[in-house]
Design a protein around this ligand. Structure first.
Ligand code: MIG
Length: 647
C-alpha cells in the first residue's frame, strides 16, 4: 500500500508517474516536525536494517552514517563523504522480525539530510530546510516487495540497445582517429571482445557541445562508419555547460531564446567549466529541454548511437563572480593591502570549485516563476538526460539510443542509466561498486556500472582482474580512467590472455544478463538483490553485504581484497559453485548451505547457481552481434525452467 502526504507547496519534480491521491492525517510511522524546516524521525530497533539511497557511500545497510542528498562533483569518494553525484531519497526500514517495515520517498529536490543512526545509533532523522515536499509511505510484505511497489510508481526503467551489454573501452585523453584505431586494433589483435569506444571531451572543438574537432576529424561521419564496419560504436560525452562564444550556434540560439539560467538581475549566469566561461541551459524549462535535446541530432546524423552526459550536477570550476573576487583579492596582495600567506592562496583556490555561493547565484524559470537553483539543485542532471531521451524519442523513434548520466534524481531511470563517477583504483572502491548495485536498483536505475579498474590513481593488474570479475555482471561494463594515470587498457598488462578470458566470460553470459535485465525492467524488479531480499528468514544472509543475488538464478561473490587466494562465502541454501577457468573449462561443485572458503585465482570468474536453477550460456564472441545463439547451452539443473528473453 502506498500513501502520499503533502507538506506545504512541493515542487513538481516528476519523479513519480503514478497518480496517487493525497492522504489526510499523519503517516503511521515516525513523527514529523515542521518547526524548523521539515524533519521526520523514527526510532529504530537494534536489528532494523535501512536500505536505499541509491548512489550513496558506505554499505547496503545504510545505518551508522549521515548522508546528504545533494548532487556533487567530488572525485574523492573516501568513507567520510556524505554526497556523491546522485540524489535518491528513497529508503526502506526493514524491521527486525516482529517489527514494522516500510518505505519512504521524500520527493524534495534540494539538499536533504539522512541521519541514519549517526547522531544517535537508534535514531533515524530525515530533514530539509523547507517543509515543502511530498512524502510517500509504502508498506508491504517485505523489503523486496516495498522496493518493487516503489518502482511501480516511478515508471519503467530505461532499456538500452543490446550492444550496450558489450564491453567498452574508455580513457580521458583519446583525441584523434589514430588513438581510437590503435585501441581497437590492439583489442582485435589480442582477441579481446569490444563493442564500444568512448569519446571523452577531447573529441570536441574547444570543449563545445555538439561540435567535433575538425582538424582531428575532418570527416567525422566517415570515421563513425569506419568504426561501425569494425562493429564498434563510438560513444561521445556531452557536458552541461555551453561555451560562451560569438558564432557558436548553440550559444547564440540559447541566448536569443532565453534558454539559459539567469542571475537575479536577469543576465545569464556565467561559470567556468572545461570550455572556459559557459552558460547552463535551463533544463527545467520544457522548451529549453526540447531545444538542447534536438542538438544531439548533429551527432545522431553522423551515425552516433550512444552518449554519456557529464558535469551535470552541474559542476562549476568557478563563476564570473568568484573570478572577480579572486582578482580583487590578488590585486590587494600585489598592492600589499593584505599580508600574503601562501596557504591562503591555496585555500582560496581549493574552495573555488562547486562553491555553495555559486549555486546560490543562479535561477531557473518554471511556469513563468523564478526559482533559485539551490531549491531544485538535484533535478539538473535528471533533466539534462531527460532532454536527450525525449529528443531521441522524436529523432530516432524506432531504435534505442545508449544514454547514461553522472548526476541524477529519482525518475531519471526512465530516461537513461548512470555511471558512478570518478572512483579510484582502490580495492575499497571495488567493494563500494558491489554494494551500490542493489541500492541503485531499488531506485529504478538498472543500466549501471562503475569505472572498472578505477578512474583516478594507478591501477594494478591484479586489481583490474578482480574488478573485471565483478564487472562481467554489471550492465554497463566500461574500463575508464583519468588522463595522467597509469594506462589500463588490457593490452597494457602482462597477462593479456587473462583479460581476454574474463571479458569472454561476460560475452558468454550476455543472454542471461540481458534476459534478467529485461525481466527486472518489465516487472519493476531488482536485477541485483541483497541476500536479505531473497532469504529474509536467514539472519546471516540478511547481514551479508559482499554477496548479491543476480536475477533469479545466481549469487555473485567477487574477490575484493589484494593478494587473496579466494574468499569466504555464506550459502543460504545449497548451490552449485561455478568457476570459469582460463582455457574455457567450467569447474562445477555442489556446495551445501553454510560457510565456505572458496579458492578463486586471479584469472577465474566465480558464480553460484541456486538450487533447482539453470542459466543460459553461449560461446564468447568478439562483439555482441557476433554472439551465436546456436551455441546456447545451460549450466545448472538441466530440468529447471528458464525464461530466455530476446529482443
Ligand atoms: O572534470 O571529461 O566523471 O569520467 O573523464 C572532469 C573528463 C570531467 C569527469 C568525468 C570523467 C571524465 C572527465 N570529467
Amino acid at each position: 500500500m502506498i500513501q502520499k502526504y503533502v507538506f506545504g507547496e512541493p515542487f513538481e519534480t516528476e519523479a513519480v508517474t503514478a497518480l496517487i491521491p493525497a492522504s489526510e492525517g499523519a503517516p503511521a510511522f515516525g513523527s514529523i516536525c515542521m518547526e524548523n524546516g521539515f524533519s521526520f524521525s523514527y526510532r529504530l530497533a537494534p536489528e532494523d536494517i535501512v536500505y536505499g539511497l541509491g548512489e550513496a557511500n558506505r554499505g547496503i545497510n545504510k545505518r551508522g552514517y549521515r548522508y546528504i542528498s545533494c548532487c556533487s562533483d567530488d572525485p574523492i569518494h573516501t568513507e567520510d563523504k556524505r554526497s556523491l553525484y546522485g540524489a535518491h531519497n528513497f529508503i526502506i526500514v526493514s524491521g527486525a522480525p516482529g517489527k514494522a517495515s516500510f518505505g519512504l520517498f521524500f520527493d524534495y529536490p534540494a539538499a536533504m539530510t539522512f541521519d541514519i543512526g549517526y547522531s544517535c545509533r537508534e535514531h533515524l532523522a530525515v530533514s530539509c530546510e523547507k517543509a515543502d515536499l511530498y512524502l510517500y509511505v509504502i508498506t508491504g510484505e517485505s523489503a523486496c516487495d516495498i522496493a518493487c511497489q516503489f518502482r511501480g510508481i516511478i515508471g519503467k526503467s530505461y532499456i538500452p540497445p543490446k550492444f550496450a551489454f558489450g564491453y567498452g573501452q574508455s580513457r580521458w585523453g583519446y583525441a584523434s582517429p589514430e588513438d581510437f584505431r590503435e585501441v581497437l586494433q590492439k583489442h582485435r589483435q589480442a582477441h579481446i571482445p569490444l563493442d564500444m569506444l568512448y569519446m571523452d571531451i577531447d573529441y570536441m572543438e574547444d570543449y563545445k557541445d555538439f561540435t567535433v574537432n575538425s582538424k582531428n576529424f575532418p570527416d567525422f561521419q566517415a570515421f563513425v562508419e569506419e568504426m561501425k564496419r569494425e562493429n564498434i560504436r563510438l560513444i561521445p560525452i556531452i557536458d552541461a555547460g555551453v561555451k560562451i562564444e560569438q558564432g557558436y550556434p548553440v550559444y547564440e540560439e540559447g541566448i536569443e531564446r532565453g534558454y539559459f539560467c539567469t542571475r537575479e538581475d536577469g543576465s545569464e549566469f556565467e561559470a567556468c567549466v572545461w570550455p572556459g566561461m559557459t552558460h547552463f541551459p535551463d533544463f527545467l524549462k520544457p522548451e529549453a529541454r526540447k531545444w538542447f535535446g534536438h542538438w544531439y541530432k548533429v551527432l545522431l546524423d553522423a551515425g552516433i548511437e550512444g552518449f554519456w552526459n557529464d558535469m551535470n550536477e552541474p559542476a562549476i570550476f568557478f563563476s564570473a563572480e568568484e573570478e572577480a573576487l579572486l582578482k580583487e583579492w590578488m590585486q590587494d596582495i600585489v598592492e600589499e593591502k593584505e599580508t600574503f600567506h601562501s596557504f591562503n592562496l591555496s585555500d582560496r583556490s581549493k574552495a573555488l570549485p562547486n562553491k555553495p555561493e555559486d549555486y546560490g547565484r543562479f535561477y531557473h524559470e518554471v511556469d513563468g516563476k523564478k526559482i533559485p537553483h539551490q531549491q531544485v539543485h538535484n533535478l539538473y542532471g535528471f533533466n539534462m538526460t531527460r532532454a536527450a531521451a525525449e529528443a531521441f524519442a522524436d529523432l530516432a523513434p524506432d531504435r534505442r539510443i545508449l544514454l547514461f548520466s553522472r548526476a541524477s534524481y529519482i525518475g531519471m531511470h526512465r530516461y537513461g542509466g548512470i555511471w558512478t563517477g570518478d572512483n579510484m583504483s582502490w580495492w575499497s572502491h571495488l567493494l563500494l561498486n558491489l554494494k551500490m548495485l542493489p541500492s541503485l536498483n531499488m531506485c529504478g536505475f538498472l543500466y549501471i556500472g562503475a569505472d572498472l579498474g578505477g578512474f583516478g590513481s594507478d591501477a594494478t593488474e591484479d586489481l583490474m582482474l578482480r574488478w573485471l570479475a565483478l564487472g562481467v555482471f554489471t550492465p554497463l561494463m566500461r574500463n575508464h580512467s583519468a588522463a595522467g594515470t597509469r594506462r589500463q587498457e588490457f593490452y597494457q598488462f602482462e597477462h593479456t590472455e587473462d583479460f581476454r578470458h574474463i571479458i569472454g566470460v561476460r560475452y558468454r553470459l550476455i543472454p542471461y544478463l540481458y534476459s534478467e535485465y529485461l525481466k527486472a525492467a518489465r516487472d519493476d524488479d531488482l536485477m541485483f538483490k541483497p541476500l536479505a531480499f531473497v532469504y529474509p528468514q536467514d539472519r546471516i544472509a540478511c547481514h551479508t553485504e559482499d554477496q548479491l543475488v543476480l536475477g533469479n538464478e545466481i549469487m555473485i561473490a567477487p574477490v575484493y581484497t589484494q593478494n587473496a587466494i579466494g574468499r569466504p562465502v555464506y550459502l543460504p541454501e545449497e548451490m552449485l559453485f561455478v568457476k570459469f577457468l582460463p582455457g574455457g573449462a567450467i569447474y562445477q561443485e555442489t556446495l551445501p548451505a553454510g560457510h565456505h572458503f572458496v579458492e578463486v585465482a586471479l584469472n577465474e570468474v566465480p558464480l553460484f547457481i541456486r538450487k533447482g536453477k539453470k542459466i543460459p550460456l553461449v560461446d564468447a564472441a568478439e562483439y555482441v552481434e557476433a554472439l551465436d545463439m546456436g551455441t546456447l547451452c545451460y549450466i545448472g539443473d538441466q530440468n529447471a525452467p528458464y525464461e530466455l528473453t530476446e529482443e
